[in-house]
Design a protein around this ligand. Structure first.
Ligand code: ADP
Ligand code: MG
Length: 319
C-alpha cells in the first residue's frame, strides 16, 4: 500500500458539514463559512530531518522550504495567502540554527504576506509541520477535478532543477560549475507560484503543484478528473544546466524526482488566448507540454516512441 492508498483506506470519509466544500484529496481543503465573502483554503505539510532535508541542513533553508511547500499548495488552489501555524519538534535549543530557521521562514512569509498566527513547540526529533491558510473567491479555487479531454497541459518554470540539485549535492552528478549554484538554489529555495496561481483562476480548468514529480502529480489530476493525457517529452521546459546533464540523467529527473514546486495546470482551448494575455506578467513562463485525452492514464511520447520512466514519483510508502 502506498501513502495515497493508506489515506483512502483509513481516513477519507464523506464530509458531515456543508461548509466543507472540498475535503481530503486536493492540494488544500476548502471551507466556506456561511455568509463569508471568501472561502478558506487550508493545507498542511511536514518536513522531517533525514527524509525531507539532510541532517545538518542550514536553518535558513529548512525554514524557507517548510513554508514554501505549503505556499505551493495554496498556489495550486489559486488562493491568496492569509496566515500560517508552525509546529516545531526540536531535539535541543540551538540559537544559531533557530535564528537562521526564523530568517528563512519569515523571508518567504514576508514575500507572500503570510502572518504567523500560532503553532506548537515540543522536544523530539527535528520535524516541522506548517499549516497554511489562504482565501479564494467562492467557487473560484483551482482544483484537481476539472481537466477535460481537449484541454491543453501546461507547466510553469522549469522541471527537474531541484532533482539536479539533489544529484549534484549527493555526488551522483558532476555539473559545470556555473550550473551548480542555480540548481542548488532551486532545491533549497523553491519559488512557489503564488501570483501565477491566482492569475490562473478563471483560465485553468485544473491545477496541482509539482511536489512529487510531474508523472505522479499530473497523475493525481488525471485520476481526479477521470481523464488521460499525452505529454510530448520534447516540450518539457528544461534549463541549460539540464541540457548539460541530459546525457547522464535523461528525462527522469524532470518527470519523477519531485521538489520542483512548479504548477501543472490544464487550459481549455478557448481560454488559451486568456493565458497568453496573463503570461507576459510572469517571468517563469507557462509551457505547453501536451494534451488531455479521453480515457485513463498518462502517455509520455518521445517522437514516435513511448517513454516509461524508471519509477513513477516520490511516495513515502512505496514498495
Ligand atoms: P500535497 O502533496 O499536495 O501536499 P499530499 O500528497 O500530501 O498532498 O496529500 C494528498 C491528499 O491527502 C491531500 O488532500 C491531503 O490533505 C490528504 N491527506 C494526507 N494525509 C492525510 C491524513 N493522514 N488524513 C487525512 N487526509 C490526508
Ligand atoms: Mg500539492
Amino acid at each position: 500500500m502506498d501513502e495515497f492508498g493508506l489515506i483512502e483506506q483509513y481516513f477519507r470519509r464523506p464530509a458531515r458539514r456543508s461548509e466543507v466544500v472540498l475535503g481530503v484529496g486536493d492540494d488544500a481543503a476548502l471551507v466556506a463559512l456561511r455568509g463569508a465573502q471568501r472561502t478558506l483554503a487550508v493545507t498542511t505539510d511536514t518536513l522531517i530531518e533525514g527524509v525531507h532535508f539532510a541532517a545538518g541542513a542550514p536553518g535558513f533553508d529548512v525554514g524557507y522550504k517548510a513554508l514554501a511547500v505549503n505556499v505551493s499548495d495554496l498556489a495550486a488552489m489559486g488562493a491568496r495567502p492569509l496566515a500560517f501555524l508552525l509546529n516545531l519538534s526540536l531535539p535541543r535549543i540551538d540559537p544559531m540554527w533557530l535564528a537562521g530557521f526564523r530568517d528563512g521562514l519569515f523571508t518567504l512569509a514576508d514575500a507572500v504576506s503570510l502572518d504567523l498566527i500560532g503553532g506548537d513547540t515540543v522536544r523530539g526529533p527535528l520535524a516541522i509541520t506548517i499549516t497554511a491558510l489562504g482565501t479564494t473567491a467562492p467557487g473560484g479555487a483551482l482544483t484537481r477535478t476539472g481537466a477535460r479531454a481537449g484541454d491543453r497541459v501546461y507547466v510553469s518554470g522549469l522541471l527537474g532543477e531541484a532533482a539536479l540539485g539533489l544529484l549534484a549535492r549527493s555526488g551522483h552528478l558532476s555539473l559545470p560549475s556555473e550550473f551548480q549554484a542555480p540548481v542548488l538554489a532551486r532545491l533549497d529555495r523553491p519559488l512557489p507560484r503564488i501570483e501565477e496561481g491566482q492569475a490562473l483562476v478563471g483560465i485553468a480548468s485544473s491545477a496541482i503543484d509539482v511536489s512529487d514529480g510531474l508523472v505522479a502529480d499530473l497523475g493525481h489530476v488525471l485520476k481526479a478528473s477521470g481523464v488521460g493525457a499525452e505529454i510530448d517529452l520534447r516540450r518539457l521546459p528544461l534549463s541549460r544546466a539540464y541540457d548539460a546533464a541530459f546525457a547522464t540523467v535523461g528525462y527522469d529527473p524532470a518527470l519523477v524526482f519531485g521538489d520542483d514546486y512548479e504548477l501543472c495546470f490544464t487550459v481549455p482551448p478557448e481560454r488559451t488566448p486568456a493565458l497568453a494575455g496573463i503570461a507576459p506578467r510572469f517571468a517563469c513562463g507557462f509551457h505547453y507540454i501536451g494534451d488531455i485525452v479521453a480515457g485513463r492514464g498518462l502517455v509520455l511520447r518521445n517522437g514516435q516512441d513511448i517513454y516509461a520512466p524508471a519509477r513513477s514519483g516520490y511516495n513515502h510508502f512505496d514498495g
